[in-house]
Design a binder for this molecule. Structure first.
Ligand code: EPU
Length: 338
């Protein structure tokens, strides 16, 4: 492990908020965590864990210990018709997806180009283009901060939902995710191209029987066309969740805005794209000071010029207030604030 003092966390957060950590540790192995437990148990229990930093905004310099998760390694546990992989938390998500494509392992191709690290993926059950990471996760390996030992949490016990899991709510701060076990296909892949944009681009490319690599290439191209690269324009991807409203609420909105895009969740609930609401309310491309809404995707807030966490928080509050006033809908942030 590597101890660091008074370092800027800017390069560890895709929103590039420049806060100082007094004490940080680069965690390079599971043994590092056991070591920390033995010597600095209290600090470890209070620690702020940073995975890929792609879904995190920090509003003030953290006093507590910061853990920078950098454990590496992808291990084939078992391979037959399907392959079981154990992937360390510090592996970059994109690296993992590329590894799967190169080995022809199917299941995560629709999730290409998502920033962050593998350990953060189960946290909010990352999802895109008709696939959620919960569809491929078998188990999650954690360090339990109450018992001081490692444990495996099954997919079922993670209680995955839309951008939700126990790691975000009931078990918040209880565990450090150290590895994720994925079950992927090695042949006869299930190709998921239900998304209109994906279908359209495959058609344009004259691909009629797409391989997982084709799906990945198309998804990557679509994402690149509307989502800003955090290295060029600091951002956290989708800033808000797409709200799910009751059918009655939706029916009233639909009468007012017949063009409103929507997806039926079940007979009682309808999901509405937050990006549409934000664009309709006039925020798309709007900039206030150092922060703004991305011009190509209204769901993304961009840090244009070194804004601090509070400026970003306040800007998001303004948007939420306006959406509540205009549509009567409470937006919920997807991004975590500390
Ligand atoms: N829309 C607008 N204006 C906008 C953005 C979107 O009107 O500025 C409308 C579009 O016209 C479309 C609908 O909203 O009808 C949906 O847009 P899109 O397919 O781009 O997806 P999204 O709902 O904006 C979600 C995820 C993304 C994921 C895409 C593709 C959430 C919060 N976001 O976005 O995830 O890539 O679907 O599956 O569920 C992320 O979480 O960081 C992320 C990028």
């Amino acid at each position: 492990m590597q101890f660091l003092k008074n370092i800027s966390l800017k390069e560890y957060l895709t929103m590039q908020v420049d806060v100082q950590a007094r004490k940080a540790v680069k965690v390079l192995s599971e043994a590092d965590i056991e070591q920390l437990w033995k010597v600095y148990r209290h600090e470890l229990q209070q620690a702020l864990v940073i995975g890929g930093g792609s879904n995190l905004v920090i509003t003030a310099s953290p006093d507590q210990l910061v853990l920078l998760m950098e454990i590496q390694g992808i291990e084939v546990v078992h391979k037959e018709k399907k392959v079981l992989l154990q992937v360390a938390a510090g592996v970059t998500w994109q690296h993992f997806v590329e590894y799967c494509l190169n080995n022809n392992y199917g299941g995560v191709e629709n999730l290409i180009s998502i920033p962050g690290k593998v350990g953060a993926a189960p946290m909010q059950n990352i999802g895109a283009y008709g696939v959620e990471v919960k569809d491929t996760i078998q188990r999650v390996k954690v360090f339990d901060l109450t018992t001081g030992g490692f444990d495996w949490i099954t997919n079922e016990d993670c209680h995955f939902g839309y951008r939700e899991s126990i790691f975000k709510n009931v078990a918040k701060d209880k565990y450090i995710i150290v590895a994720v076990e994925f079950l992927l296909t090695t042949s006869d892949h299930t190709i998921k191209v239900s998304y209109g944009d994906v279908q359209k681009m495959l058609f344009e490319r004259n691909i009629h029987e797409p391989r997982i690599q084709d799906v990945a290439a198309v998804v990557a191209a679509i994402r690149a066309s509307k989502l800003p690269d955090p290295k060029e324009l600091p951002n956290c991807g989708s800033f808000f969740k797409n709200p799910i409203v009751g059918v009655e609420v939706f029916t009233k909105l639909h009468a007012r805005y017949p063009e409103i895009p929507h997806y039926s969740v079940d007979t009682e609930w309808v999901k509405i794209p937050a990006g549409w609401l934000i664009e309709k309310a006039g925020w798309k491309g709007l900039r206030k000071g150092k922060v703004g809404v991305h011009e190509k995707q209204a769901l993304v807030i961009v840090n244009y010029d070194g804004a601090d966490g509070n400026e970003i928080l306040n800007f998001s509050k303004e948007i939420m207030k306006d959406i509540k006033q205009k549509f009567g809908i409470e937006l919920e942030r997807e991004v975590n604030f500390v």
